[in-house]
Design a protein around this ligand. Structure first.
Ligand code: GLC
Length: 817
């Protein structure tokens, strides 16, 4: 089948329209005539291990078998590849065993692994990928091409794939538009986008990775190029998907499916996953620009405890610094920060401080002096310093692409760590510069020895800043997990930080945008994400704030934040009934902590995204590719936010199968839309039948209570249900040494015997010994209940709900079949 596709010349008009492709985005370049060069038919192939080199006589194409499901393609227009270096791919990614063969036929070269084939057409150098059934998942619509860049050297590089009539696209990070990217064009250039609007592009991050689904089969393309890059999903030509960049190499990874989940997991195989966060970071965070002076900050933290609203993270925005100089304190506002942080910690609050990259030009400021002496600041092409205005006034900027600078920066957190700071918020790292927007293109970067201009380093600058921060904190905090958050980033940033979606607006539209952005970030390899709850600029009313808290309860990162010129924005600021509802949801967040934490582990260990849009559950149903309100958190809870004021009910789509309404335990059959009541104190929340949802008692902060009992909520199904729970110390890296516990629960129920078994993996021993069981939806009253081979005799059965306590530790047993 693929032979036909490969041998059929697909006629796509050559792109010579000056308003198209990069010219649309770089009007300044529009004056140059376009001389695009295309690959000629390949003449020869050479193989060295898992690397294959094809040449048309001058240009070379490299194909590397990365794994059985991932192949990397690179193009060298004149046969010379750049040194192989990527910030997205950590050096310590272990080579994964793959098996491959190269076959040459009259029409093509074909590299085959145990899962996929990569075809290089001898006729036109088009590259295609197919699966074991010879089903072609991806094929070029024109051969890779390029254009010389006379001003900077190098090339503008282009790749184009056939776009099928029903093909849909997902990914690309934080784009504030429909979840499905079909028919749209995007640019990646990290941008400080204050109060951005629907459809605005680009925003803060560059994640040049997308997932395509066609005829129910998914594959991914990761275009690992840090220059300004562009994607067109069938906008310019409905039958072509293109990606191109203003420099660097045409270098992409084909990532095989067939499920979207496979693609996302495999993307994480190459770019890494998020480390386990400290458990408190999954609690509620309260932020504001800015809480100062100290009395104000203490009043806010007291407010949480007085109102009995749980909270873990408390933030210091830029006003804690002396004249916005990083690593200093404004002693007028905060006379004794160490004592303050210790007092807050004693009350369960973890202090997170902001850091910006701009260092004030000021010879009396030690950090500036040191950076200047050691030549750590970025310079222009003619050796002048890169200077620009940010919060502190005139600033210079560390070159975070220099490993020595990263080490220096990481070490600068020593005093803050010593004072007890638990997390660092990395802001303005696109990098943002007032007026100019960002650095000029000619700024030079060390780029870990692969020097380049800002054109190459811009999109990784923020990621390298937060990497420096994370790595520094990791050293300074010894075995404690640091918490970091960043605004800007590039693919792979998940190895170093969580993200928030930047300066959003207090509007219903932004609530919807944030919902989509978080799902998109999750599918794009950035799992730990959240929005400024309530909206950064503007004023939410109580209803909007509460609806946002409800969505935030199911955002991996849950933080309220607001600009300085807005009214107070704490969960009790809007009075009743809002305070009580906000409390109820934040408490729910804390009750679900063991579930959220286990879901995080699933991400960390296996590369699963935390939030999963409906298309991930049912990718074979085309209409689901256009749904963007509902999502699951992990695979057991389905959430659908309420996105309009005064809404008393809304339609929710439930994927096939049985679901329990979380609020009243009624059972709903999935596979269709259902109308769900949405009074202000609930949002549509469903639990998949067959789930075991672990629950902690409500705490005012993580660690407030010694957990003495975990509740296991079992949602009965008539098939064997499997669930798992992850536990460990919650704040150390001991899990890297297998000190953790993965508990798998298997529940098998019949009227005669109801059997719950668990099996354990790992070396951690939780302190508690008690479980409270709540089994809902039972169509019968069981005669016997057996837990890990022991009979339970004391149980109550009311309204199809079975409840009992089990006060002996489960025994370690294998699941019985
Ligand atoms: C930027 C950040 C915002 C922060 C402000 C002051 O606008 O996005 O979150 O509060 O700067 O530091």
């Amino acid at each position: 089948m693929e032979e036909n596709v490969l041998n059929e010349a697909i006629e796509i008009p050559i792109d010579d329209d000056p308003n198209s492709f990069r010219h649309l985005n770089n009007p300044a370049d529009g004056i140059k005539p376009i001389v695009k060069k295309y690959l000629n038919p390949p003449k020869a192939v050479e193989q060295t291990g898992n690397k294959f080199y094809f040449t048309d006589g001058e240009a070379k194409v490299e194909a590397i078998v990365v794994t059985n499901e991932i192949i990397r393609i690179r193009l060298a227009p004149h046969g010379v590849f750049l040194e192989d270096f990527s910030y997205a791919i950590p050096k310590d990614v272990k080579p994964i065993k793959s098996e491959f063969t190269l076959i040459e036929t009259a029409d093509e070269y074909r590299i085959s692994t145990t899962s996929i084939n990569c075809h290089i057409s001898k006729k036109n150098f088009y590259i295609a990928f197919s699966d074991k059934n010879e089903y072609v998942t991806s094929v070029d619509s024109t051969s890779m091409h390029w254009e010389e860049n006379a001003q900077f050297g190098g090339y503008y590089v282009y790749g184009s794939k056939v776009c099928h009539p029903d093909e849909t696209f997902f990914g690309l990070g934080d784009k504030p538009t429909e979840l499905n990217l079909r028919g749209k064009r995007f640019t990646n250039w990290n941008t400080d986008a204050y109060s951005y609007s629907w459809g605005q592009d680009p925003l803060y991050r560059t994640i040049p990775f997308y997932v395509s689904v066609n005829e129910g089969i998914a594959h991914g393309i990761f275009f690992d190029n840090t220059f300004k890059s562009h994607f067109d999903f069938g906008l310019q030509q409905s039958d072509s998907t293109s990606f191109w960049a203003d420099g660097g190499e045409m270098q992409y990874y084909y990532i095989h499916g067939p499920h979207i989940m496979d693609v996302v997991k495999r993307y994480h195989v190459i770019t890494g996953t998020h480390p386990m966060p400290p458990m408190w970071a999954l609690g509620y965070h309260q932020c504001r620009w800015s809480y100062y002076p100290e009395t104000k900050l203490r009043a806010v933290t007291k407010g949480f405890r007085a109102n009995k609203i749980p909270c873990d993270g408390i933030y210091l925005d830029i006003d804690y610094m002396d004249g916005y100089r990083c690593f200093t304190w404004n002693r007028k506002y905060f006379p004794d920060p160490k004592k303050m942080i210790a007092d807050l910690a004693a009350d369960g609050f973890k202090t997170v401080v902001i850091i910006d990259p701009g260092i004030r030009v000021d010879d009396s400021y030690e950090i500036f002096r040191e950076g200047k002496e050691k030549k750590y600041f970025c310079r222009r092409c003619d050796d002048y310093f890169m200077e620009g205005h940010v919060w502190p006034g005139r600033c210079q900027f560390p070159d975070f692409t220099n490993p020595e600078v990263r080490t220096w920066w990481g070490g600068l957190f020593d005093e803050l760590v010593e004072m007890g700071v638990a997390g660092v918020w990395n802001d303005m790292n696109e990098p943002a510069v007032f007026g100019a927007g960002t650095f000029p293109d000619d700024v030079r970067h060390q780029y870990d020895g692969h020097r380049g201009s800002h054109r190459k380093a811009h999109n990784v600058y923020g990621m390298q800043m937060v990497r420096a921060t994370y790595e520094g904190l990791r050293k300074l905090m010894k075995n404690k997990r640091p918490f970091t958050i960043t605004r800007a980033g590039y693919s792979g940033l998940q190895r170093y930080a969580s993200v928030w979606t930047g300066d959003n607006v207090a509007s219903w539209e932004h609530l919807a945008i944030g919902n989509i952005q978080c799902q998109r970030l999750s599918m794009s390899g950035v799992p730990f994400c959240g929005t400024d709850i309530g909206g950064f600029s503007g004023e939410p009313d109580g209803e909007l704030f509460t609806r946002w808290i409800q969505l935030g309860t199911f955002s991996p990162f849950m933080r309220a934040h607001s600009a300085g010129d807005t009214k107070e924005r704490e969960p009790w600021s809007f009075g009743e009934p809002f305070t009580s509802i906000n409390r109820k949801f934040i408490e729910l967040r804390y009750r679900l902590l063991p579930y959220l934490y286990s879901t995080f582990w699933e991400h960390h260990r296996y590369g699963f995204p935390i939030l999963r849009p409906v298309v991930m559950q049912e990718q074979h149903v085309l209409k689901n590719h256009y749904r963007q309100d509902e999502f699951t958190y992990g695979d057991k809870l389905l959430i659908c936010p309420v996105l309009h004021p005064g809404q008393t009910s809304r339609k929710v789509y439930l994927p096939k199968g049985k679901w329990y309404n979380f609020w009243d335990n009624t059972v709903v059959e999935g596979g269709d839309e259902v109308e769900v009541a949405t009074p202000l104190d609930t949002i549509p929340l469903f639990v998949k039948a067959g789930s075991v949802i672990p629950e902690y008692p409500v705490q005012q902060y993580v660690g407030e209570k010694e957990i003495e009992e975990v509740k296991l909520n079992i949602y009965y199904s008539d098939y064997e249900a499997n669930s798992f729970m992850f536990e460990d110390y919650g704040e150390t890296f001991a899990y890297e040494q297998d000190i953790y516990l993965e508990k798998k629960f298997a529940v098998n129920g019949t009227e005669a015997d109801f059997v719950i078994q668990q099996s354990l993996e790992g070396l951690y021993n939780p302190r508690y010994e008690n479980y409270a069981f709540s089994i809902v939806g039972l169509p019968f009253r069981p005669l016997n209940i057996m837990i890990d081979n022991k009979w339970v005799t004391n149980f109550t059965f009311i309204n199809n709900k079975l409840e009992f306590r089990h006060n002996k530790k489960f025994h370690t047993v294998k699941i019985m079949k």
